[in-house]
Design a protein around this ligand. Structure first.
Ligand code: 2HG
Ligand code: ZN
Length: 501
């Protein structure tokens, strides 16, 4: 699984991009008037980072100019790979004075085209800035450059007997800079919070090249506005994150994992309620449907189901069990007795532990192998989940084309549902997206009624900016734009992402 996003991404043929435009002349942004030629700019970049760290080869532009969304065709001017904050600062100062658009980029595992360069942007990729600077085992902090992968951070914490709780299916490829830019959530949010909760300090290079140092490793710091939070989740539109101080914690003790089968969605929130009331210490509460399970069993080499017969829904529950008492077993008994689950399996060794997690974490990869996919990443208050899913099912009865499957899974313990629309690869891609979009619009309308969000953890990027209004009020969007104008009045940083200026 590790590194899967990278591997598959490079393997995808160009025909998968929906908005094909075979004219490779760079498109420009109306609000910018670049005052250097492309050749001059590339010469400057090579001078800053060295010849081999500026990529202009068409295949490099294709692979480094996009993320995992595969919907928009990448058309960057070039890819520039700095090795230090100072280099990022020089690059941005140059782009600022010459009005060149910039797209910041990391592990490129994003799912909403936040790091896709479609209009001749200079892609600044932070992969070479991959040093772990410090692990402080007393203050429980870790300082790292933006290009360190999430998995490398986990390993660094582990090597000191500590724990970095951010955990995502793409952890082998995604980088902390991208995690911060998108405020990534992941499978342990229910217990430890998302990326925002792990960040104590940040170093950011602003649009004009100034370095803003908010890099203090303090747990408590109530001295005025906490500016770092503006950059977390801003998708590279306010500045480029170059360094972060992150929170560590003691390793969880004795993790237990079970997969439970249930026949009705309505029972899932009830399972969560009963588990919380039982006082077990939940570290993950994930869910997937039978369809998702079947697709993983079909496409993931060596995947096995722990069940004799398949059920409509599954919950993956991970708990920390500090004492000797096998709490998860008695919890499962309670859930059986209450008629909430029909079957369950507990991982009894580390191999099974990995296998069970694999059944959940490999859904995205298996879906990509299975068909063409359009993704929603929505969230709702837990008590509204059931009503929403019922309305969704009613909607699908009339709207869903026969050859389209709706695959639901996600971090249900924190109200985050991933809805994937999947059709056979043989379907015409434009038609598929048109049909899926028609359903998606109704889903978003429904979501607005239920006071949910159109993006729980993936961000807005290019794919969802037209839908921002379903979740954010006009006032909120207007203040976002004012904030953007303060930090980047020329609009050079990741233009076209989240909203148009
Ligand atoms: C996950 O939870 C990721 O596995 C990807 O956020 C979700 O593929 C998706 O829709
Ligand atoms: Zn997710």
């Amino acid at each position: 699984m590790l590194g899967f996003f990278g591997i598959h991404f490079f393997g995808y043929p160009q025909s998968l991009f929906v908005h094909l435009n075979r004219n490779f002349k760079l498109m420009a942004f109306d609000h910018l008037s670049p005052n250097v030629s492309q050749e001059e700019a590339i010469k400057f970049f090579k001078n800053v980072v060295g010849d081999r760290n500026v990529l202009t080869d068409p295949s490099d532009l294709q692979s480094w100019g996009t993320d995992w969304t595969r919907v928009f065709e990448p058309r960057p001017m070039c890819i520039v790979k700095p090795a230090s904050t100072e280099e990022v600062s020089r690059l941005l100062a140059y782009c600022w004075s010459n009005e060149l658009a910039v797209t910041p980029s990391g592990g490129r595992t994003g799912l909403c085209a936040g790091a896709v360069a479609t209009h001749g942007e200079v892609v600044i990729n932070l992969s070479r800035m991959n040093r772990i600077i410090d692990v402080d085992a007393i203050g429980l902090t870790l300082t790292a450059e933006a290009g360190v992968t999430t998995e490398a951070l986990q390993e660094a914490a582990k090597s000191k007997g500590l724990f970095f709780p951010l955990d995502l299916a793409s952890k082998g490829s995604c980088q902390i800079g991208g995690n911060i830019a998108t405020n990534a959530g992941g499978v342990k949010l229910i217990r430890y919070g998302g990326t925002r909760e792990q960040v104590l300090g940040l170093e950011v290079v602003l649009a004009n090249g100034d370095v803003l140092d908010m890099n203090v490793a303090l747990r408590k710091n109530n001295s005025g506005y906490d500016l770092k939070h503006l950059f977390i989740g801003s998708e590279g539109t306010l500045g480029i994150v170059t360094k972060a101080v992150l929170r560590l914690m003691p390793k969880p003790r004795n993790l237990q994992l079970a997969i439970m089968a249930t026949d009705e969605f309505v029972k899932i929130p009830e399972i969560l309620r009963k588990s919380s009331l039982a006082g077990v210490s939940i570290t993950a509460f994930e869910f997937f449907t039978e369809v998702a399970h079947r697709i993983v069993l079909k496409h993931l080499p060596g995947a096995r189901t722990p069940f004799q017969e398949l059920s409509k829904f599954y919950v993956l529950l991970e708990v920390e069990q500090p004492g000797a008492e096998p709490e998860i077993e008695s919890l499962l008994e309670t859930l059986f007795e209450a008629g909430l689950i029909s079957d369950a399996s507990i991982a009894t060794n580390s191999t099974q532990f990995k296998e069970f997690w694999g059944l959940r974490e490999n859904i995205t990869e298996s879906l990509a192998a299975h068909g063409q996919v359009r993704k929603n990443d929505i969230s709702l208050a837990i008590d509204k989940l059931d009503g929403f899913v019922k309305s969704l099912e009613a909607l699908l009865v009339t709207k869903k084309p026969k050859d389209m499957e709706l695959v639901l899974f996600g971090h249900i313990g924190d109200g985050n549902l991933h809805i994937n629309y999947v059709s056979p690869k043989s379907r015409d891609s434009q038609e598929f997206h048109k049909e899926a979009r028609a359903i998606e619009e109704d889903v978003f309308k429904l979501l607005a009624k239920f006071k949910g969000s159109i993006s729980a953890e993936h961000g807005i990027g290019l794919t969802k900016k037209k839908d921002l209004h379903f979740t954010r009020t006009p006032d909120e969007v207007s203040w976002m734009k004012k904030t953007k104008a303060v930090f980047d009045p020329k609009g050079i940083l990741n233009p076209g992402k989240i909203f148009d200026l």
